[in-house]
Design a protein around this ligand. Structure first.
Ligand code: SPV
Ligand code: MG
Length: 306
């Protein structure tokens, strides 16, 4: 990343290069994407050598808006957050677009708008609006869009995308909703046949039995659409291990958000207890480090040398 200021253009060549990188990564596997909730988290993810940035709906809801992940953040708010992230990273950006923010036309509009914004991929899930975060363990309604209707939306979205290399990931929530492996396979097949470029199969079964069962059935279908995992609740498997099981992409969706919250809480506790900034200094980033991360010196030099 050599730009001193966020710079999205020219959108085609920059976007095409990132999309090609994502598609090559999916073919070779595993692509490891890490969840960003803002531009700084994307800068840090790139700096630590990961393959892609996941714009986390959970992360943007909680960190940028202080809201629960229940479809409260709108399509345009997600697009704003995405543009800031897209502008500061050379990594492919994969955007969590929830359920496309509504019905058929909302899904189509979402794909067109994010494609035009230059991102490499979006992920559209089959949770009915308003969705519930998949990791939430409390009592909540979990209703899915009818399979045929979701396939219809995905097919139309694929037909509407303007850049051939833009990647549409269809996310199957059947396991999360408790519908079982048969229903998950039926949905995954329907979405792949509708033209999805990858299938995200989400699960909260820590034993991985559900995922293993899905993978065995998926192999039987003979379909070669790449699979994507979000191993938040089966965190003991490495990306390589998940790749061996059949996943082409692994999304570490929320660790930077959780690290940020824990670090801020600890720092605030120390500041409150000790009453002076020096108490926090050993545990926090140096001001100069922040200046460096956002290219402060280069930006001033570019201004003052011309
Ligand atoms: C997100 O990061 O917003 C995701 C992943 O969708 S999860 O929270 O596991 O559903
Ligand atoms: Mg999400």
């Amino acid at each position: 990343m050599v730009n001193t200021l966020p710079d999205n253009g020219p959108v085609t060549s920059r976007a095409d290069a990132k999309r090609a990188r994502l598609r090559e990564g999916l073919a070779a596997g595993p692509v490891v994407a890490v969840g960003a909730h803002d531009a700084m988290s994307a800068i840090l993810i790139e700096g630590h050598g990961f393959d892609a940035v996941w714009v986390s709906g959970f992360g943007v809801s909680a960190m940028a808006h202080g809201l629960p992940d229940l479809n409260l953040v709108t399509q345009t708010e997600t697009l704003d957050a995405t543009r800031r992230i897209e502008g500061v990273t050379d990594l492919p950006v994969v955007v969590d677009c929830d359920n496309g923010y509504g019905g058929f036309s909302n899904v189509v509009r979402t794909v067109v708008d994010f494609d035009r914004a230059g991102v490499s991929a979006v992920c559209i899930e089959d949770n009915l609006f308003p969705k519930r975060n998949s990791l939430y363990q409390g009592q909540s309604r979990r209703e899915l869009v009818d399979t045929k209707e979701q396939a219809r939306r995905l097919r139309a979205a694929k037909a509407a995308q303007e850049s051939p290399s833009f990647v549409l990931i269809a996310r199957v929530e059947a396991l999360i909703a408790g519908h079982g492996i048969d229903a998950a396979i039926e949905r995954a097949v329907a979405y792949a046949e509708a033209g999805a470029d990858a299938i995200l199969i989400h699960s909260k079964d820590k034993s991985l039995q559900e995922i293993e069962g899905f993978l065995a059935r998926w192999r039987d279908t003979g379909l070669s659409t790449p699979l994507v995992a979000v191993p938040t609740l089966f965190p003991d498997y490495t990306a390589e291990q998940l790749h061996e099981k059949g996943f082409s992409m692994v999304i570490l969706a929320n660790q930077p958000m959780r690290a940020s919250v824990q670090a801020m809480e600890e720092t605030l506790r120390v500041l409150r207890a000790e009453g002076k900034p020096a108490a926090a200094d050993p545990h926090i980033a140096k001001v100069n480090h922040i200046f460096e991360l956002v290219h402060t010196k280069e930006t001033i030099e570019a201004d003052e040398s011309q």
